[in-house]
Design a protein around this ligand. Sequence first.
Ligand SMILES: [Zn+2]
Length: 135
Amino acid sequence: MSREREEKTIRAMIAIYCEDCHQTRGELCPDCTALSEYAQARLGKCPWGENKPVCADCTIHCYRPAMREEIRKVMRHAGPKMLLRHPVLALDHLLRERKPAPARPARNASTNADQANEHPDADDNLPLPGSHLRD
Ligand SMILES: [Zn+2]
């Protein structure tokens, strides 16, 4: 799923949630606007790129705790309704939920200050014991 589609999915879910829970129509309340902007910004920085797993499966958990709680509420509420309102986006998301997340994102040069749980693999490049003695 492309990032553009992912952005649409999140926006659609927040819109459903806001409409139902905050009685808005066609426009998000200030809280949901902030949440939506936050979600788009996180998505823009997601190190998974096009291989991104669905956020629920993601091993990185890049959301701030308060925002994570909010987006969870949104997904719990809007998830089942997505199938009726946005079947294509919802199916895409459901299909991807069945795929396991790749072990880790492809390494790229981007720096994400708040990704505390990414460990550099320091020992990947150690020479095998004795291998340098042979020649
Ligand atoms: Zn709202």
